[in-house]
Design a binder for this molecule. Structure first.
Ligand SMILES: O=C[C@H](O)COP(=O)(O)O
Length: 235
């Protein structure tokens, strides 16, 4: 199981990388759950850790704006990220999701086919008027997306496990893997959740708050990343 950690700057990225993260996922929590950071921040993170770890960048919690999202995705790719991650926020139909993901994927892969696209749905989708994550694997695989994910849209302390059961997350994981996609689970995950995460067995878990000591507005602590990495070996 790979560990994705979401820093906001190069200093945090180095802590995440030194602690054993597999993917360094640049974001900007001030602009939402999957808020986009600035191109120069993505570039500086890439310069700090890029030869050691793949860099991911979130491009935002997107409503139905395929053109804007495609241009943002290209920006993240040009800035140096290997994974380009979009949140499908207020995407209400399968047709809208298909339009978003096919254009984002085209934008990224036309530039560099080795880059990976991550399509994130939300475990609390009903709170933000968006489609259920279970619909994503089939749509994403038709669009050439590489990874499907669930995260929480609203960061108010509630976790993905408050909105989706173990069985539902196993179903999501199974649907993704059956479609040839990697599956990532995130959303205010805690150390106490590790046994259930082990049973669900996604390909990737994504965290920030857990390795900031429980407060995602604080800073990533290398020691907590090391502890998490160590505990993941036992899953
Ligand atoms: O992609 C992962 C997210 O940054 C998770 O953040 P969180 O653990 O604070 O919910």
């Amino acid at each position: 199981m790979k560990l994705l950690i979401s820093p906001i700057n190069p200093q945090e990225a180095i802590s995440a990388a030194n602690g054993g993260a597999d993917i360094i996922d640049v974001k900007n929590p001030k602009e939402g759950s999957l808020g986009a950071n600035f191109p120069w921040v993505i570039r500086s993170v890439k310069e700090a850790v890029g030869s050691l770890k793949p860099v991911s960048a979130t491009i935002g919690d997107f409503n139905y704006k395929p053109g804007t999202a495609s241009l943002a995705a290209l920006g993240a790719a040009v800035a140096g990220s290997e994974y380009i991650k979009v949140g499908l926020y207020d995407i209400q139909t399968e047709e809208q999701a298909l339009d978003m993901l096919s254009n984002i994927t085209r934008s990224v892969k036309d530039y560099d086919p080795t880059k990976k696209v991550v399509a994130s749905g939300y475990s609390d989708y009903s709170r933000v008027n968006s489609i259920a994550p279970f619909l994503l694997p089939e749509i994403a695989s038709r669009c050439g997306v590489d990874v499907v994910m669930v995260d929480t849209a609203i960061k108010d302390g509630k976790s993905t496990f408050d909105f989706m059961s173990e069985e539902e997350l196993k179903k999501f994981t199974h649907l993704a893997q059956r479609s040839g996609l990697e599956c990532a689970i995130a959303g205010t995950l805690k150390f106490d959740d590790l046994p259930i995460i082990g049973r669900i067995a996604p390909d990737i878990i994504g965290v920030r708050g857990m390795v900031c000591g429980g407060d995602r507005n604080s800073c990533i602590q290398e020691e907590l990343v090391k502890q998490l990495r160590q505990k993941m070996y036992d899953l």
